[in-house]
Write a protein that binds this ligand. Structure first.
Ligand SMILES: [Fe+2]
Length: 291
């Protein structure tokens, strides 16, 4: 009887998979915690999402913590953790009584070493997640339209290449039981009043323009934009705000490409360390005794 019960449960995630805006949709097979969460009855999106925006000041990187606190296990995920702030993040997760399931990256960063490898070392069971197109090492690889769930909350991966070839934007679900307004974690594809550079790591200004206009600016205008970095003191924007005021992405494509090819930016000082490390989950130089 138990076996029958369990096998029926295993079908549930497929049955309740929300309709995606994107045609190619595939639910990643999550850990057993998800199977329990589908039986939850929480319907209030505002009460079930715990959200924290965290900052690493050396690289001006935002790390985002999301959790479904309506679920008994309080499953959580981190987006773009930084190696230097892993202990801070773990302390917060512990204090809030969360269970970290996923450590995700929007792309292979060139300006800091990801915290995903360290998180996995310090908290066995955590799964690292990145796009398949990144070519990086991880436990789970996402393609356009894939979903990642924590409890009843899910993120959809939208391929937004252009800053790097493997960039993705993680967007919360569109259904009424998902956080409202929607949230888009854009990595370096859209920064507040800016965007990531396109002159290395398979970058392409043509591709970035197409990605942003087809995958991000098509979201509801009140969708909150949470970027991977900010250098001016901003924390959050909206799709509508960037469509109106982004000094680069409001231009036509040819003007945008011209702007991007004339930025004359310095070679990133961390790139030769960060990119090789991030291709292996940030663990390149971490001693094996770390725990
Ligand atoms: Fe980047």
């Amino acid at each position: 009887m138990v076996m029958t019960h369990l096998s029926r449960l295993r079908q549930l995630p497929l049955l309740i998979q929300p309709k995606s805006l994107i045609s190619r949709s595939r639910l990643l097979r999550p850990p057993p915690i998800f199977l329990r969460s589908v039986m939850g009855s929480s319907s209030s999106s505002s009460s079930k999402l715990l959200f924290r925006q965290l900052f690493e000041k050396e690289s001006s990187t935002f790390t985002y913590l999301l959790a479904d606190v309506s679920h008994p296990d309080k499953p959580a995920l981190l987006i773009d953790p930084v190696d230097k702030t892993v202990d801070r993040d773990l302390k917060l997760i512990d204090e809030l009584g969360l269970k970290l399931i996923y450590a995700m990256n929007t792309h292979v960063h060139a300006d800091h070493v990801t915290g995903t490898g360290l998180l996995k070392t310090k908290l066995p069971g955590v799964k690292s997640v990145i796009s398949k197109a990144s070519g990086s090492k991880a436990d789970m690889f996402l393609e356009h339209g894939d979903k990642v769930s924590i409890g009843d909350i899910y993120l959809e991966a939208r391929a937004t290449p252009g800053h790097t070839a493997g960039c993705v934007t993680y967007v919360t679900g569109e259904e009424a039981d998902q956080p409202q307004p929607r949230m888009a974690f854009t990595g370096d594809a859209v920064l507040i009043r800016g965007c990531g550079r396109t002159d290395f790591q398979g970058g392409s200004s043509d591709q970035l323009y197409e990605s942003v206009h087809s995958q991000i600016f098509t979201l509801p205008k009140d969708t909150l934009i949470y970027p991977a970095h900010d250098y001016k003191g901003f924390e959050v924007s909206t799709v509508g705000e960037e469509m109106q005021h982004n000094p680069r992405l409001t231009k036509d494509k040819e003007t945008f490409k011209s702007i991007m090819s004339n930025l004359n930016l310095a070679y990133p000082k961390m790139i030769d360390v960060a990119v090789p490390a991030n291709m292996v989950c940030g663990l390149q130089d971490v001693p094996s005794q770390v725990n």
